[in-house]
Design a protein. Sequence first.
Length: 127
Amino acid sequence: MSGRHPQRGAAVVDFVLVLVLLVPVFLGVLQLGLVLYVRNTVTAAASEGARYAATLDRDPGDGAGRTRGQIHGVLAGRYARGVSAHEVTIDGAPGVEVTVHVVVPALGLGGPAVSFDVSGHAIDERP
């Protein structure tokens, strides 16, 4: 009777071996997607904040507030903590720079994090 089914249980072993390879790849793709989504969202918010701060009757603090509001509206509030804005010179013209420091935890839960800085620039429209 022992010789009738020599491959019994081999499918389970094959499944586990394939799963050990596929799960890290799948989680890596998810992490990459999360980081890219956060980076693109924060970059757009920083650019919008810089443009807002560069308009008439606004200052860099208004741009930082606008950036925080946009980030908070789309992502978790923790991503809006590292927002700063200041006046800069862009190719000889006065301008505004909004910088955001972001820390994205692994899969949004915790563990080793990915951190980066993004910034948005705009030429000042004030006379």
